[in-house]
Design a protein around this ligand. Structure first.
Ligand code: ASP
Length: 345
């Protein structure tokens, strides 16, 4: 039987346990969640779609898949999905990957004829014993899963490719905003002026999206048509787990955009997450990763763009790029905006 003293001791102990629990609950609930962030201005519409799921208490994994499907299906977006600029042979080849809070991941590389490579990547994760499927194998799998076979090359992108064929010079451009910054810093230009001044289309970009849901779980998705006029079969960082995207549910998530070869060399997104694990803020982790790329070859870095974007478990986010012009979009219950990423230059 409990005597009075034992009872009092026990209730004091339970009381302190309860208040401890309350404190850690308060700490956990103080995190800024749900939240979604994604690369470039076009991330804003993608975030809006993702928010329909996150805001209703849905899973981060479902949100990031739904979110990036918006630019994938947008023919006006010439660097992601349908309407993406083709490789030098005129073929639109898509790269995508997805990762959840349990470390599950799936990826497709050099996939043709499918509107939503991100959904194929998700099925690689969920229905196969593998992580990556490439080329014909990825297409075969997508068709077997019921995806429709379509022509991804729009007349607009075909026209740009035919224009490019006149010189056939593989010359990745630093994003347009930065290209034009010195020439005309004060006004916004329309698409044809951009084309003329930059000497060609904005020939690469990616949507990378990472999100934390109301339960505090993180997921990410990354999808692109890659570098315009690349060699057929070229794969960039975007579908490579650790390079274009990485999620660690204990620490945070990161994604990248820019010249994929540079991101692969430093396993960029994994590096950013590991830096956050060491205590760096999302922005400083992204900055450190950018510095790593620049340090390896400072001269070359002047000619290219790479940007990283990261989110930690507290819901803090940040970004950093080599060049000016990188933007990212944020959506949570308290904010919705496009933010110019900080940069080295
Ligand atoms: N990272 C993409 C690639 O290398 C392109 C980009 O995001 O600009 O394919």
């Amino acid at each position: 039987m409990l005597n009075r003293r034992k009872f009092l001791e026990l209730s004091a102990f339970t009381g302190s346990l309860l208040s401890l629990n309350k404190k850690s609950w308060a700490r956990a609930s103080a995190a800024n969640k749900p939240i979604v962030i994604s690369t470039w201005d076009f991330g804003k519409d993608a975030n809006t779609e993702a928010w329909k799921i996150l805001g209703a208490g849905g899973k981060a994994l479902d949100a990031v898949e739904a979110g990036v499907k918006i630019p994938e299906a947008d023919p006006k977006n010439q660097s992601v999905g349908y309407g993406g600029l083709p490789d030098r042979d005129g073929r639109v080849t898509l790269d995508a990957c997805i990762m959840d809070h349990l470390g599950n991941c799936g990826s497709v590389m050099c996939l043709e004829h499918i509107m939503h490579p991100i959904s194929v990547a998700r099925l690689v994760m969920e229905k196969t014993p593998h992580v990556v499927l490439v080329g014909d194998g990825a297409l075969q799998f997508a068709l077997a899963e019921g995806f429709e076979k379509i022509n991804l090359l729009t007349p607009e992108s075909e026209k740009v490719w035919k224009e490019w064929l006149k010189t056939s010079k593989y010359e990745p451009k630093i994003n347009i905003e930065n290209q034009l910054y010195d020439k005309k810093p004060t006004s916004y230009l329309d698409a044809s002026q951009v084309y003329d001044l930059a000497g060609g289309p904005n020939n690469h970009d990616t949507i990378g999206m990472v999100a934390m849901d109301a339960n505090g779980n993180l997921s990410g998705a990354c999808t692109t048509s890659g570098m315009a006029f690349k060699m057929h079969g070229r794969v960039g960082d975007s579908p490579i787990i650790g390079a274009g995207l990485y999620v660690d549910n204990e620490v945070g998530a990161a994604t990248s955009t820019g010249v994929g070869e540079e991101v692969i060399r430093c396993v960029g997104s994994h590096l950013v997450v590991e830096l956050m694990r060491q205590g760096y803020s999302p922005e400083n982790a992204c900055r450190k990763a950018v510095e790593r790329i620049v340090k390896r070859n400072p001269e070359k870095a002047k000619t290219l763009q790479v940007g990283f974007l990261a989110l930690n478990k507290k819901g803090e986010y940040g970004a950093y790029a080599i060049q000016k012009g990188f933007t990212y979009a944020v959506k949570s219950s308290s904010e919705e905006k496009i933010i110019p990423g900080k940069s080295m230059v």
